[in-house]
Design a binder for this molecule. Structure first.
Ligand code: TZP
Ligand code: MG
Length: 211
């Protein structure tokens, strides 16, 4: 199934932050609220459990016509036939991931500099995740990316860019002038008491900002 790739509101999961104990419930609420893209990010699960979860979450996401991207784990991405893989600078090389996935899968790469952006684009990335744009408690090894650097990255590459790191409703409009395609969030959705409402409000703010 070929799904439309819409980066506007990109939910990245983190089970440690959730206000609901069941990941599928949280994801379903977020999808109801208007999440357009989903990344399953499991740092602690054993591979077999990650795969089981990926299969379940893929079905759920596809019920909403939303593609599923797997964080870091190429084997899980392949075995679940997920729509794509997202890797960072310390994961497998981009060209290797692209070769393993084939030309049709989504390949996202986290970058912080113009050089990393150009390299990832050249090696076959579909889109770039740029951040952390703001302070975040979700990931403790983040590097801050200035708005100036983001602008330079946008100038340097052709592929879609999503921003990440401390994104919340209050700071989305700061990106109104930037040619970015979307906003990746963890806590602004998963750590909220009402996940569906939080997602809907973020989506409204993003749709206003990116129009
Ligand atoms: N990569 C860069 S910052 C970050 C990741 C995974 C965490 C984003 O989480 P939050 O809660 O949206 O700040
Ligand atoms: Mg990684």
């Amino acid at each position: 199934m070929k799904l439309l790739l819409d980066y506007r509101l990109y939910l990245v999961t983190d089970r440690n932050l959730m206000t609901t104990p069941i990941l599928t419930d949280a994801v379903q609420e977020a999808l109801e609220g208007g999440v357009t893209l989903l990344q399953l990010r499991e740092k602690q699960l054993a591979a077999a459990d990650f795969l089981t979860e990926a299969n379940t979450i893929k079905k759920l996401a596809h019920d909403y016509q939303v593609p599923l991207i797997i964080n870091d784990n190429l084997e899980v991405a392949q075995a679940s036939n997920a729509d794509g893989l997202h890797i960072g600078q310390n994961d497998l090389p981009v060209h290797q991931a692209r070769a393993a996935l084939g030309p049709d899968k989504i390949l996202g790469v986290s970058i912080q500099t113009v050089a990393e952006a150009q390299e990832a684009e050249k090696e076959g990335a579909t889109y770039l995740g740029v951040g952390a744009m703001f302070n975040t408690n979700t990931k403790n090894d983040t590097i801050h990316v200035s708005h100036e650097t983001l602008q330079a990255i946008c100038q340097a590459v052709q592929i879609p860019i999503v921003v990440i790191g401390g994104i919340k409703r209050e700071n989305i409009s700061q990106f109104q002038q930037d040619p970015i395609q979307g906003f990746a969030v963890v806590s602004a959705i998963l750590q909220q008491p009402d996940i569906q409402k939080a997602s809907r409000e973020l989506r409204q703010e993003i749709d206003r900002t990116l129009q």
